[in-house]
Unconditional design. Structure first.
Length: 67
């Protein structure tokens, strides 16, 4: 049976009047960095404060544990 380890990356957003802005360049850099290290992206979701305003984006990764 394959066993996995997990890691999360949390990205802050910049608050704007009509929503939030994510630093896309940094987001892509980190996704590619994790991919090169063998991590597989499992899920991405946002965390909201009141009224649906995004304040963080969370990326969840997994990779096989080597024996």
């Amino acid at each position: 049976m394959t066993k996995f380890e997990y890691s999360t990356l949390i990205f802050d957003t910049t608050a704007l009047f009509l929503g939030a802005k994510l630093n896309h360049e940094r987001f892509h850099e980190k996704l590619n960095e994790y991919g090169k290290e063998g991590w597989e992206l499992v899920n991405v979701f946002d965390l909201n404060r009141g009224s649906g305003a995004t304040y963080e984006v969370v990326a969840v990764f997994k990779r096989s544990l080597t024996k």
